[in-house]
Design a binder for this molecule. Structure first.
Ligand code: CUA
Length: 335
């Protein structure tokens, strides 16, 4: 291949690599939106600079050697073996570089591990399930699923537990990832600068639907959060008699939904997500579907088709279209 051809090929390969740089990347960890994530991010720049200098130096020398010493039929150069000075230099220099990088890194690791000390810290228990996240607000008794709702500007201490296998909790804009291990309690703190919505993802392979185990974190203003919390503490709304929603409640109890799902004042199942305030959530089923009528319909018609590998079992025959419409009418009243 000609030299121009080779450069052309290199250029094509590089543009393919650059096409991986997404403009809309909700799960990037390079745009921190809270002080903890910022502290982690601040480690990246100096390491990148050091790695960049090393890369240019090493590759530069390789290229120089390739051209300067290529075989032109000249006599073989003098053969030497070992150079104590060089051996010491290229052992010591990388060791010193790693040592310099280790100082801020280890300091950050210890900072991350320290529990939040602020008086106004909010404590939330996060429980990993195949394939969704449960949230328990310890002081208020609120139980929710898929969406972590919290006040912006305040530290939120998450205690991470799992009821089945190892998961890993990660909201890239707010903190690094932490494993969620059965029989063990891990901790992490998140703080968001401003009210905003963040995307997260389970990052430990936990079964067939691992890729569909996402989560949404919603930081609200103090007032909005107080309002959200007081609403979540109430029992579920009771549907007006003789409506589709009232029929939906009968379907919920009659078709076995109540065996797995809790609805405060109605049912106490504790296997699937608590649905008491289902309609206040923007997403469902591991936060992979927007909470709307057509997605609910697809989900309730054939959960395995909608989210392969998920653990929702509809006992007996599949739900009829009428039952699905009634259930959705009922779910829509749970606000
Ligand atoms: Cu949970 Cu992967």
């Amino acid at each position: 291949m000609s030299r121009a051809g080779r450069f052309g090929l290199l250029g094509a390969a590089m543009s393919v690599a650059l096409a991986g740089c997404a403009r809309i990347a909700p799960q990037t960890s390079l745009e921190p939106q809270g002080p903890i994530a910022r502290q982690i991010d601040s480690l990246i720049d100096p390491v990148f600079v050091v790695a960049g200098v090393v890369f240019v130096l090493v590759q530069g020398l390789v290229v120089v050697a390739m051209f300067k010493f290529r075989d032109r039929g000249q006599a073989e150069p003098e053969q030497i073996h070992g150079s104590t000075k060089l051996e010491i230099a290229w052992t010591l220099v990388p060791a010193l570089i790693l040592l310099a990088i280790a100082v801020p890194t280890i300091k950050t690791i210890f900072d991350m591990a320290r529990p939040a000390e602020a008086a106004d810290v909010l404590k939330v228990k996060v429980i990993g399930h195949q394939f969704w996240w449960e949230y328990q607000y310890e002081e208020s008794g609120v139980k929710s699923a898929n969406e972590l709702v919290f006040p912006a500007g305040r530290p939120v201490e998450l205690t991470l537990e799992s009821v089945d296998v190892i998961h890993s909790y990660w909201i890239p804009a707010l903190n690094g990832k932490t494993d969620v291990i059965p029989g063990r309690v891990n901790r992490m703190t998140v703080i968001a600068d401003e009210p905003a919505e963040f995307q997260g993802q389970c990052t430990e392979f936990c079964g067939t639907s691992h890729a569909n185990m996402r989560n949404t974190a919603r930081a609200l203003s103090e007032d909005d959060f107080a309002e959200w919390l007081s609403n979540q503490q109430e029992d579920a709304n009771t549907p007006a008699p003789d409506t589709g929603a009232a029929k939906g409640l009968e379907v919920f109890n009659g078709r076995g939904c109540a065996g797995c799902h809790a609805i405060a004042g109605v049912a106490e199942g504790n296997i699937g997500p608590n649905l008491t305030k289902f309609a206040t959530r923007g997403t469902f089923a591991g936060s992979i579907f927007e909470n709307n009528r057509s997605n609910l319909k697809a989900w309730l018609s054939d959960p395995q088709k909608a989210k392969p590998g998920n653990q929702m079992i509809i006992p007996g025959a599949p739900l009829s279209n009428e039952e699905i419409d009634q259930l959705i009418a009922y779910l829509e009243t749970l606000n």
